[in-house]
Write a protein that binds this ligand. Sequence first.
Ligand code: PLP
Length: 393
Amino acid sequence: MAARFDKYKKDLNRTGFVRYNPGYLQNLFGHTHINPFWVADSDFMVMPELQKALKKMAKRGVYPYELKTPAIKQPLVNWFKKRHKVTLTMEHLLFTTSVNTGLAAAIDELTQPGEGIIIQPPVYQAFKGIIEGVNRKVINNSLQLKNDTYHIDFNDLEKKAAVSTTTAMILCNPHNPVGRVWKKDELEQIATICQKHQVLMLTDEIHADIIYPGHQFTGMTEVYKGQSDQILMFGSAGKTFGIPGLVDSFIYTPNTELKKAMQARIMRFHLGKSNAFGNIALKTAYTHGYKWLDKKINYLAASVQAINKFLTNELPQVKMIHPEGTYQVWLDVSALAKNNKALKELLFTKARLGVNLGLEYGKEGKGFVRMNIASPRPLLLQALQQLKEAVNQ
Ligand SMILES: Cc1ncc(COP(=O)(O)O)c(C=O)c1O
């Protein structure tokens, strides 16, 4: 079983991949020779059915403008029902280039300049840029780390939601980078607060499919049950199947008014355009990907265990916050360096490890790094070995 995900094409030219691009590595880490575990992207080969379908599409040789027909959308709807007990209706699904495109468009369309948008740092670093990019204000509801688990400060959330200029919240579920899969009762509390204070819920569920054994994903759209509820859900097959360079993303809302507003925005700014390869990838992945994804999750879960074992036995100065979902691990490296400069020197120059510094996710990430583990396990262990050697130098 493991062999499938252990496969790594050594001779592949990765220069044009964001994760491996020498220019990016130089800018981010000060070196081009870096072992990169930063952007939330996957090194795994895609599932065989997907490659087969894409080859067939390449042979078709005719590529006019394409639509997202019901035949493309139905497998997505089925997937959410079967995998997550989340009901989506086809008429309320919209498509945009990427989740970030959708988030920026939604904030710009549905809130006003200067208004406050709540996020929960340490959190996916693009949220701040998206909010500020459309001239809104970031309102931080910082997560609290207690007994090695991150918790929501509901009192603080309520206080911030109650401010009249706070009009939306971006929820990250599962949470990147800390790996929490928010429980139903936590989601209910958030929903109650946001509904009470008329704060629009923008729930980013791009990592919904990567949930580790023992944990359960709950879709926020199942917590918000009403047809007129103020909620938009954002998702994509990109992370699940390791195909962000291939597929677009989707937005779902049960609310007809919100759907109409977003549909108009997407049309006005031409934010959605289907392409033949993306469409066939979406259909194939959500039709044939069930077992493949189970295997991938098992592989990732075993990698989490292997990392934990390595750290416990070989590098006890580094502690992992055990992820409940996502293929990121959040590592407490505060014992390794006195300050950020020394940490960068150790990680990037000595260990040649391209991981994200916790500070990218907000000041709450100080002393942490995020490591992407969607790579063959031998590469992950090699990376940790590099870190160990650098620490022991
Ligand atoms: C939480 C979260 N949202 C959105 C994105 C970006 O998705 P997209 O490439 O579809 O914009 C990422 C990518 O890492 C992510 O982790």
